[in-house]
Design a protein around this ligand. Structure first.
Ligand SMILES: [Zn+2]
Length: 53
């Protein structure tokens, strides 16, 4: 896996994960992977709060 350039973003993912969604206020953010990279999306509306390429 080519994860070396994403080491810095992992801590951002962790800090964002579990927070309330800023868009729908009903969901909470959970970490996932999007197209092979780490991302944080709302579990209700699916809006990505952070995405790293
Ligand atoms: Zn949401």
């Amino acid at each position: 896996m080519e994860n070396m350039q994403f080491q810095g973003s992992s801590s951002v993912i962790k800090s964002l994960s579990g927070q309330e969604c800023q868009w729908c206020s009903a969901g909470s953010l959970s970490s996932t992977t999007f197209k092979g990279t780490e991302a944080v999306v709302c579990d209700r509306c699916g809006t990505p709060a952070a995405r790293f390429w």
